[in-house]
Design a protein around this ligand. Structure first.
Ligand SMILES: *[C@@H]1O[C@H](CO)[C@@H](O)[C@H](O)[C@H]1NC(C)=O
Ligand SMILES: *[C@@H]1O[C@H](CO)[C@@H](O)[C@H](O)[C@H]1NC(C)=O
Length: 209
């Protein structure tokens, strides 16, 4: 799988097949007492899945997928923003289907410049019309996310652990959408065996068990 990533050029190609190494999962929900949604859809949430797809010489490639399990709330333009804080000294070599809003200070990297060196990156979706070689499934809708739909991006993380014992989950996830801020629970490691396919229906069924 390492051939799929080339950290030396700082670029990744999209993964078409993979074996999941492990994943973690957490949910974010919004609470706005003036809105009726919460009474009608009390379990409405956005569940985020961070799948480790492959190890790389200095980290891993992950696909991050957000599922909108809210019956009535559409995330509209200008779309979602997802932020987190790295647990260690991680940085993002490259991304497909999404981008960070700021690169941060990558001055210590000579030659191959990472996509983002911030301790607390903020990711947004790419726009429709993004070239195919920069897309993955469920990306590139300008952050728009309908009820029961999914939105994904892929990232290559450097200076992360390279085994599932040394890798650490990012912390302090924040999710914002136009008109709503979400509060996210702590990530939990999930057995990957339930999530052997990228097919959205099967994943959704597994999540709602
Ligand atoms: C860690 O990785 C090994 C193989 O690389 C795998 O057998 C094991 O299930 C993984 N552990 C977890 C918690 O995913
Ligand atoms: C999020 O929504 C899904 C689907 O309705 C549900 O299975 C899950 O329990 C919810 N999670 C939380 C934390 O409410």
């Amino acid at each position: 799988m390492e051939s799929l990533l080339s950290p030396l050029t700082g670029s990744i190609t999209k993964l078409t097949s993979f074996t999941l190494l492990f994943l973690f999962l957490f949910s974010c929900s919004t609470f706005t007492p003036t809105e009726a949604y919460d009474a009608v859809d009390p379990n409405g949430n956005i569940t985020i899945k961070w799948d480790l797809m492959s190890w790389t010489p200095d980290g891993y490639v992950a696909v991050v997928t957000m599922f909108n399990f809210q019956q009535y709330r559409h995330i509209r333009a200008p779309g979602w923003t997802l932020g987190w804080t790295w647990a260690k000294k991680e940085f993002i070599w490259s991304m497909v289907g999404g981008q960070t809003t700021e690169q941060g200070d990558c001055s210590k990297y000579k030659g191959n410049v990472p996509h983002c060196c911030k301790k607390d990156p903020t990711v947004v979706d790419l726009l429709p019309g993004t070239p195919y070689n920069q897309q993955i499934a469920n990306c590139c809708r300008g952050g728009v996310l309908k009820p029961w739909d999914a939105s994904s991006f892929q990232l290559s993380v450097g200076a992360a652990g390279t085994t599932n014992k040394t890798v650490q989950m990012p912390k302090h996830f924040t999710l914002n959408a136009p008109g709503n801020a979400y509060t996210c629970g702590p990530p939990q490691i999930v057995q990957p065996t339930k999530f052997i396919t990228q097919d959205k229906k099967r994943v959704t069924r597994a999540l709602s068990k």
